[in-house]
Design a protein around this ligand. Structure first.
Ligand SMILES: NC(=O)c1ccc[n+]([C@@H]2O[C@H](COP(=O)([O-])OP(=O)(O)OC[C@H]3O[C@@H](n4cnc5c(N)ncnc54)[C@H](OP(=O)(O)O)[C@@H]3O)[C@@H](O)[C@H]2O)c1
Length: 251
């Protein structure tokens, strides 16, 4: 089998209209899979990506829902069930970041971040895992963050939501292994696209602490996600792989 082949696999990628989700979708299509590219508000981005992928003679599809609207999300996944005989993979990648010290952070904002990043990812995993349980196969990759392992100053809601997601990865791996479903995660550090396209002064200072002395690219995240989705990682489940250029071990 070709390295990391995803030939014939239907894989839902949430947040495909964002920097990392676009790169993951492109990588899946290049490896022979069919990325089902989810967006919430930025349809034009996934539509352009779809056209580019199709122009290369590769497969892709588009789906829309607000991750915070369970009814909308469930009905979009019901449509997928009708359209495809199998959903082979899920990349739970949609997420948002806000910054603010705990003393200054509104409870409402904290709740919104946790709802989007953690409860939203849970909801997608719930409905997609029901399909995978029935078909007795599947593969889930949760896109977490180094913040979920280290807890970053000024990012309480974001860090807590990603720590919760890491926990969900382990629990889902335990609950789904018996149904031939693997569940893993990736924890990127600083990636110079998407939500960190415009790094703050603090981000720039932190760059000095990265062993490789640079931010990562969305393609470097996509390569690890593709590995976890492929048969090359067939004995790995319940793990979250840190992709941070060595930042987390630099002190
Ligand atoms: N960039 C980094 O350095 C970095 C580092 C560590 C982890 N991550 C993680 O990587 C993932 C992708 O990040 P990114 O940098 O690519 O971010 P991004 O470019 O800002 O993309 C965020 C994505 O999430 C979707 N989204 C936001 N709110 C949503 C909602 N209510 N319902 C459904 N979808 C929603 C957006 O959809 P629309 O645009 O269509 O609304 C968009 O596709 C996130 O989970 C993030 O935490 C990123």
């Amino acid at each position: 089998m070709k390295l990391n082949s995803l030939k014939g696999k239907n894989i839902l990628v949430t947040g495909a209209s964002g920097g990392i989700g676009s790169a993951i979708s492109l990588k899946i299509s290049q490896l022979g899979g069919n990325p089902i590219m989810h967006y919430n508000s930025n349809r034009n981005i996934v539509k352009t990506l779809l056209d580019e992928i199709n122009k290369e003679g590769l497969l892709a599809d588009i789906i829309q829902f607000d991750i915070n609207n369970e009814l909308e999300l469930k009905s979009a996944i019901d449509e997928l069930k009708k359209k495809y005989s199998k959903i082979d993979g899920l990349v739970n990648n949609a997420g948002i970041l806000t910054r603010g010290f705990i003393a200054m952070q509104s409870v409402e904002k904290f709740r919104h971040i946790v709802n989007t990043n953690l409860v939203g990812s849970f909801a997608v995993m719930k409905y997609i895992s029901q399909i995978m349980i029935r078909q007795k196969s599947g593969n889930i990759v949760n896109v977490s963050s180094l913040a979920g392992t280290m807890g970053l100053k000024g990012q309480s809601a974001y860090s807590a939501s990603k720590a919760g997601l890491n926990s969900l990865t382990q629990i889902a791996a335990k609950e789904l292994a018996t149904f031939n479903v693997r569940v893993n995660g990736v924890s990127p550090g600083y990636i110079s696209s998407g939500m960190l396209k415009e790094p703050t002064e603090q981000d720039k200072q932190n760059k000095e602490a990265i062993l490789l002395k640079r931010f990562g690219s969305s393609n470097e995240v996509a390569s690890v996600v593709a590995f976890l989705l492929s048969e090359n990682s067939s004995y790995i489940t319940g793990q979250s792989i840190i992709i941070d250029g060595g930042l987390s071990i630099s002190v």
